[in-house]
Design a protein around this ligand. Structure first.
Ligand SMILES: Nc1ncnc2c1ncn2[C@@H]1O[C@H](COP(=O)(O)OP(=O)(O)OP(=O)(O)O)[C@@H](O)[C@H]1O
Ligand SMILES: [Mg+2]
Length: 261
């Protein structure tokens, strides 16, 4: 293994398991002794609960850190005006990331109105600058959980990430979204675009799906449906402590990522 940073963006249709996968991978990398920064890029912001942070823990998303936005970007919240478009945000994780578990910290981005249109407001400028600056953060592994679907996935989100994990289930619609995301990920010059087929029932032999997707992805990875996850949700920690079946598969996926960096 070399000392390169491992930056992974997780994307896919709604409800396919993006946040669960992000949280399980965060724990898998941290168990290997690698400091992890998990970034919640979904305005719905449920990565904290999935990582095991209690709901009572107060979290102010970055888009609501008005003083920081003013300090770094200027401009008028929600509108624009005179803004610094390329600020130094290397301090953002040290100032605002929340400890989630041993070796894992969490940065919650929050929502931006009209983010899909790439609005020129200070909040959007902050978020896109942070995502472009992850190489300056000290954490060895950066995992970015994204909102559902295609419309938020673009250069401002994914450029600079070496890995895209495109998550799907076995459904036709989720696979169609995954195919479109593979194209977008390649347009963002992401080197390793991996399809993760989640919640697979009746064994991990799916030659039809693997065959259909093989040319579009560097690798197709199958994860089992694991009732352990739903039994313990929202947190994945009990599933990790109980050595639930999916945890071994996630360990192997982390190993695959490390072997291909
Ligand atoms: N392998 C699995 N086995 C069983 N249940 C799973 C598995 N993966 C995820 N789930 C369950 O599926 C549901 C959706 O998972 P999750 O919230 O991670 O999806 P998501 O893609 O992040 O959703 P959203 O698009 O809303 O952000 C949750 O109830 C979760 O516990
Ligand atoms: Mg999610």
């Amino acid at each position: 293994m070399n000392n390169r940073k491992i930056r992974v963006v997780v994307a896919g249709k709604g409800g396919v398991g993006k946040t669960t996968l992000t949280a399980l991978l965060a724990h898998a990398f941290s168990r290997r002794g690698m400091p992890v920064l998990a970034v919640d890029g979904d305005p719905q912001a449920n990565l904290a609960a999935t990582l095991g942070i209690p709901a009572s823990h107060p979290i102010t998303p970055l888009t609501e850190q008005k003083a920081y936005i003013q300090e770094k970007i200027g401009g008028v919240p929600g509108r624009g005006g005179f803004m610094v478009l390329n600020p130094d945000v290397a301090d953002v994780a040290d100032r605002f990331a929340i400890p989630a578990a041993e070796g894992v910290r969490l940065l919650v981005m929050g929502g931006v109105q009209n983010a899909g249109t790439g609005c020129l407001c200070p909040e959007y400028t902050l978020i896109s600058t942070i995502l472009a600056s992850t190489g300056y953060f000290p954490d060895e592994v950066i995992l970015l959980d994204t909102p559902a679907g295609l419309e938020h996935f673009g250069r401002a989100v994914a450029e600079g990430f070496e890995y895209a994990l495109i998550v799907t289930d076995e459904s036709y619609n989720a696979r169609a979204v995954a195919r479109d995301l593979s194209r977008l990920a390649r347009q963002c010059s992401i080197r390793q675009v991996i399809l993760v087929v989640n919640r697979v029932r009746n064994g991990l032999e799916k030659p039809d799906i693997i065959g259909e997707m093989e040319g579009l992805f560097q690798k197709v990875w199958l994860l089992p449906h694991d009732s352990c996850i739903t039994r313990h949700e929202p947190s994945v920690i009990p599933a990790v402590l109980d050595h639930c079946p999916i945890v071994g598969n996630i360990e192997s996926l982390a190993g695959y990522i490390l072997a291909h960096c």
